[in-house]
Design a protein around this ligand. Structure first.
Ligand SMILES: [Zn+2]
Length: 570
């Protein structure tokens, strides 16, 4: 393509609306423009990147045996009422009424539509397994759309759904998608982790989030550099310590101290001049089986999702003031474990500790030198705190570290949730009617592109991997009025196209500085500069966007060198 004929409206200045790097750079590189809050147009340069990303996703989905289709964007309310989600989905579901007074919504996801489709066409076990996918627009009416196409209301998504005869087959489909996702993100040139995500009380490893590592990411990822274990912070486990009964030799006498108005860990430990790790936080919760107490060390954070899963409860919440007062006989902030008549769940972090500070179950009172085995009973120990930097890995002897990431994909086992609600069945080998076992698998296509930019950029602009760069190389003649330079540039351009390399010829009558700045901003992996040396010495420069490395080559070798260098990077 010739630059002079393309619509690439680059911006010199940072746009005021941009909050994150990818948003700023995509606007500046002329890839996207905003139409309304969370609604963007994709311009030709952005479209090239999206199309390349899409193609890799399609190739790997097809390779995994998935079949592409297209499902409607506009969905009838009846399907959502059938699945039970019409009333619970909330305001993210954009609903409207057609001229015939029928209720519809814009699809935020397609479980209902696909389940309805499949139940009408799949009748026998012989038609299974089945994985169907589409790459299509979704709409979620987010309260706070932000970060450009990273969190837009209208967005492009690859969503896939698997249908299997039983749990075992469903696990195989899940693994197939897990493998396909790993190949997709590898081919896109991304550094990523597949992290175990929370699946609720059912447990098991049937939900993974695919996270692109980036310092600017919103999500925290817990991972072990020794064995590769990775999980999100909601889920990440910590190695269980051995619980050894203490001999009590170090135990001291309990002391009662006045702590007027001191409720938080900071206030209490600051006032008493002790370390937060010597304090036990006592939190009163209410669950389906009534109130209970959860204990964690002062320097640890309670993790309600892990706590809920450890208890096997559907729902737990921090108790309100009346319940706290009823159970502890003290206002909030002074709860302690001694004398409680409710179950006491202690985090493993307390094991082995002694002479703790706890609340006194009395207003403005804390206790010193409290020892679990002597002074109160722990109903059970459990892993109920959030993993932190340096915690022991649950799978090996290594320790955990925390990094930042951006979620670009999520795979999830649905089981028979939708097939039961919508009566999607098939006949098994014995002719018995069975519910289809489902899984769903998403990739945010635009979000993946934004995440790639968050992961790889510098002060001059985007640094695209050749796999998704809008162009793999740009040929930049320094002076388009110089006949010899233009002839050499045209020859290299033609040669690269002949090799099937996606190349841009910057034939604009602009100063070289502007051409170089634009090439850097857009993130084109290789730039071939055709300048005065082309005529004088018959050579051109090939510069790598990523490393800044420059190779000086003969004009006749330029095509070959570009091809070789791209192969090396890709
Ligand atoms: Zn490990």
């Amino acid at each position: 393509m010739r630059y002079s004929q393309l619509l690439i409206p680059t911006l010199r200045e940072d746009p005021a609306e941009a909050e994150v790097v990818s948003h700023r750079l995509m606007l500046r590189a002329g890839m996207i423009r905003k139409l309304a809050a969370g609604i963007y147009s994709t311009l030709p340069l952005g479209e090239r990147v999206i199309q390349k990303t899409r193609k890799i996703i399609q190739e790997e989905m097809n390779r995994a045996g998935a079949q592409e289709l297209t499902l409607p964007f506009v969905q009838p309310a009846e399907l959502w009422k059938e699945s039970g989600r019409w009333d619970v989905y909330g305001k993210e579901l954009l609903r409207f009424i057609d001229r015939g007074n029928r209720e519809f919504c814009l699809g935020p996801t397609h479980e209902e539509v696909i389940t309805d489709l499949v139940k009408g066409v799949v009748t026998s076990y012989r038609q299974l397994p089945l994985i169907l996918y589409q790459i299509h627009i979704k709409f979620r009416d987010e309260v706070r759309p932000r970060f450009g196409i990273m969190r837009a209301r209208e967005f492009l998504m690859k969503d896939a759904y698997s249908f299997d005869a039983d749990e075992k087959a469903a696990a195989q489909s899940y693994q197939k998608m897990h493998d396909a996702y790993s190949r997709i993100f590898t081919r896109l040139g991304l550094t990523f982790r597949a992290v175990e995500a929370d699946t609720g009380p059912i447990g098991g490893s049937f939900s993974h989030e695919f996270m692109v590592l980036a310092d600017t990411g919103e999500d925290l990822i817990v991972n072990c550099n020794v064995c590769g274990y990775a999980a999100n912070t909601e889920k990440a486990a910590i190695r269980t310590p051995e619980i050894v009964p203490q001999d009590g030799k170090s135990w001291k006498e309990i002391q009662r101290v006045a702590t007027p108005g001191m409720r938080t860990v900071e206030e209490v430990t600051g006032y008493l001049q002790v370390s937060p790790r010597d304090l036990i936080k006592t939190l009163i919760f209410t669950g389906s089986d009534g109130p209970f107490a959860a204990l964690v060390r002062g320097d640890h954070e309670i993790n309600e999702i892990k706590l809920r899963n450890a208890l096997g409860c559907d729902h737990i919440e921090l108790a309100d003031e009346p319940v706290i007062e009823e159970q502890t006989r003290a206002p909030r902030g002074f709860a302690g474990p001694i004398g409680l008549s409710i179950p006491v769940i202690a985090d493993f972090g307390l094991a082995g500790g002694s002479n703790f500070v706890t609340g006194g179950n009395e207003k403005d009172v804390h206790l010193l030198k409290v020892n679990p085995e002597r002074d109160f009973k722990i109903t059970r120990y459990a892993d109920i705190r959030s993993a932190a930097q340096g915690d022991p890995c649950p799978r090996c002897d290594g320790s955990l570290s925390i990094s930042r990431g951006i979620e670009v994909g999520h795979i999830f086992k649905l089981g028979t949730k939708y097939s039961t609600a919508m009566a999607a069945t098939y006949l098994d080998q014995q002719g018995r009617e069975q519910y289809l076992v489902m899984g769903c698998y998403g990739i945010g296509v635009g979000r993946t592109v934004a995440a790639a930019i968050e992961q790889s950029h510098d002060k001059d602009g985007i640094i695209f991997h050749p796999a998704i760069a809008p162009f793999a190389a740009v040929v930049a003649p320094v002076n388009v009025k110089d006949r010899q330079q233009m002839e050499a540039a045209e020859a290299i351009y033609a040669g690269l196209m002949q090799k099937g390399i996606d190349v841009l010829l910057d034939d604009r009558d602009e100063r070289p500085g502007i051409k170089f700045k634009d090439a850097d901003l857009i993130g084109i992996p290789l730039r071939i500069t055709v300048g005065a040396k082309a005529a004088r010495e018959g050579t051109v420069d090939i510069k790598s966007r990523k490393t800044g490395e420059v190779q000086l080559v003969n004009i006749s070798d330029a095509v070959h060198t570009v091809e070789e260098t791209l192969n090396k990077i890709g």
